[in-house]
Design a protein around this ligand. Structure first.
Ligand code: AMP
Length: 420
C-alpha cells in the first residue's frame, strides 16, 4: 500500500465496479439526447462570485461547503458545487440563447465538490448528470424533464424511486408567503442558528430534519395556500401532464430545496433504500437566475441526478445491470513465436471491433487460462509452437470447454462467425 490515501469523503472508482457508473451515466444521458438535449461541458472551477450570486449566499452550499482558493494571479475561484449556475453562465457568455430557438436544451455530466460531513451516500466529491432547458416558461418543459428522469431510472431497472413535487411560487406570491411563514416561525422555540435562518431563508427551515424542529412545524402555513392564480394554473398543468404520461408523483407541500434560485415547479427524486441520504436527484424551475447573473429574462428549468446515489439505489434494489462483457476474446500465446503471431491476430480482431485481450508477460497455460476465465471472454485463442508449425491456432469455447483447431489465416473470420 502507498503512504497516500484518497482524501476524506472521496473514493476511487475501480474496475469492474466502475462499469456500473459509466452505465448509469449513459442511462441518464440517453433519454436526454433523444429528447433534443445537446452536451455541454464547463470548467471544474468558476469565479466564486458566480456561485455566491447564483446559488445564494445563505445556502449551506455557498456558506459552508465550497472549496475556495486564490490563484497565483489573484483570482478567487471555487470548485463547482453544482452545475446549473455554470451552465447558465456558459450559455449567456456564448450567446447560445440568441443563436437558436428557445429553449436552449443542454445536458452535462461531471464531478461536483462540496465540503460536507461524509457518510454513506454523501461525499465531498461526487458525480452528477444534469439537464437544463433555458429560456422558456412552459409547463411542458417541466413535465418533460421529470418524465425523462423517471425514464432514466426505469431504464436502469429501478422501481422504488418516488417523485416528490411542489411549487415554490414566484415573485408575486412567494414574498407574501415568506412573510406569513416568518410570522409563524418567529413564535417557535428555535436555536439561534435556526432563528437566523428564519430571517434569511425561512423556507429552508421547513426542510429541517431534526425532530424537535419538525414537531413544531405542524400547522405551519403552506405555500400551496398562497400560490397566485398564475402559479396555481401552471402547477396544475404540470401535474396533469405527468398524470397523462402515467408518471406517479407525490404532492409534497413542504418540499423546498437547498438552493435559492428555485421558483414554481420544484421536485425531488427519492429512493427508499438509501437511508438518510435518500435524494437521488432533484431540480426545478429557476426563472430569476439569469437576471441574477446579469443576463436577460430567461425562465428555465432543470435537474441534476446523482450518479453515486443512483448506483447505491441499484445496490439497494439488488438490480444487476446487464453490462456488455469487457472482453470477448482472450488470446494466449505460448512461446516466443506465438506471441508475435497472436499479437497480430489480436490487433486484427480489435480493428474489426471485437473486444480482445491477451495474456502478457509470457505466462504459462494454466495461469493464462485463469485470466481468460476471469475476463469474461467467450473464446480463448491459443497458440503454441506446434500449432504454428501446422499453421493453425486453437479456439476454445470458454463456456462449453470445446476446443478446435483453425488455420491461422482464417482465425479472425472464424471468431467473427462464432461470435455472430
Ligand atoms: P443538489 O444539487 O443538492 O440538488 O443534488 C442533486 C443530487 O446530487 C442529489 O439528489 C444527490 O443524488 C446528489 N448529491 C448531492 N450532494 C451529494 C453528495 N455530497 N454526495 C453524493 N451525492 C450528492
Amino acid at each position: 500500500m502507498s503512504t497516500f490515501k484518497a482524501p476524506k469523503g472521496t473514493y476511487d472508482l475501480l474496475p469492474p465496479d466502475s462499469g456500473r457508473f459509466l452505465a448509469v451515466r449513459e442511462a441518464i444521458a440517453a433519454p436526454l439526447r433523444d429528447a433534443g438535449y445537446g452536451y455541454i461541458e464547463t470548467p471544474g472551477f468558476e469565479d466564486v462570485r458566480l456561485f455566491a450570486r447564483g446559488v445564494g449566499e445563505s445556502t449551506d452550499i455557498v456558506s459552508k461547503e465550497m472549496y475556495v482558493f486564490t490563484t497565483k494571479g489573484g483570482d478567487e475561484l471555487a470548485l463547482r458545487p453544482e452545475g446549473t449556475a455554470a451552465v447558465l453562465r456558459a450559455v449567456l457568455e456564448s450567446n447560445l440563447h440568441k443563436t437558436g430557438n428557445l429553449p436552449v436544451k443542454v445536458w452535462y455530466s461531471g464531478s461536483q465538490y462540496r465540503y460536507e460531513r461524509p457518510q454513506k451516500g454523501r461525499y465531498r466529491h461526487f458525480s452528477q448528470v444534469g439537464a437544463e432547458a433555458i429560456g422558456a416558461e412552459d409547463p411542458l418543459l417541466d413535465a418533460e424533464l421529470i418524465i425523462l428522469a423517471d425514464q432514466a431510472y426505469r431504464s436502469l431497472g429501478l422501481t422504488r424511486h418516488r417523485i416528490l413535487l411542489n411549487s415554490l411560487g414566484d415573485a408575486t406570491c412567494r414574498p407574501v408567503y415568506r412573510a406569513a411563514l416568518q410570522d409563524f416561525l418567529r413564535a417557535l422555540d428555535l436555536d439561534e442558528e435556526t432563528r437566523r435562518r428564519v430571517e434569511i431563508n425561512p423556507l429552508r427551515v421547513l426542510d429541517d430534519k431534526r425532530p424537535e424542529v419538525r414537531d413544531q412545524l405542524t400547522g405551519a402555513p403552506l405555500l400551496a395556500d398562497y400560490l397566485c392564480d398564475a402559479c396555481k394554473a401552471y402547477h396544475e398543468e404540470v401535474r396533469a401532464l405527468l398524470d397523462g404520461a402515467g408518471v406517479r408523483y407525490e404532492d409534497d407541500p413542504k418540499l423546498v430545496r437547498g438552493l435559492d434560485y428555485y421558483t414554481r415547479t420544484t421536485f425531488e427524486f427519492v429512493h427508499d433504500g438509501l437511508g438518510s441520504q435518500s435524494a437521488v436527484g432533484g431540480g426545478g424551475r429557476y426563472d430569476g437566475l439569469s437576471e441574477m447573473l446579469g443576463g436577460p429574462e430567461l425562465p428555465s428549468v432543470g435537474w441534476a441526478l446523482g450518479v453515486d446515489r443512483t448506483v447505491l439505489a441499484l445496490e439497494a434494489e439488488g438490480v444487476v445491470l446487464d453490462l456488455p462483457p469487457v472482453t470477448s476474446v482472450y488470446a494466449i500465446p505460448l512461446g516466443e513465436a506465438a506471441r508475435r503471431a497472436l499479437f497480430e491476430k489480436v490487433t486484427e480482431l480489435r480493428r474489426a471491433g471485437i473486444a480482445t485481450d491477451l495474456s502478457f508477460g509470457g505466462r504459462g497455460l494454466k495461469g493464462a487460462m485463469k485470466s481468460a476465465n476471469r475476463s469474461g471472454a467467450r473464446l480463448a485463442l491459443i497458440a503454441g509452437e506446434r500449432d504454428l508449425v501446422d499453421g493453425s491456432v486453437q479456439l476454445k469455447d470458454l463456456e462449453s470447454g470445446e476446443q478446435h483447431a483453425v488455420p491461422l489465416a482464417q482465425a479472425v473470420a472464424e471468431i467473427q462467425r462464432l461470435l455472430g
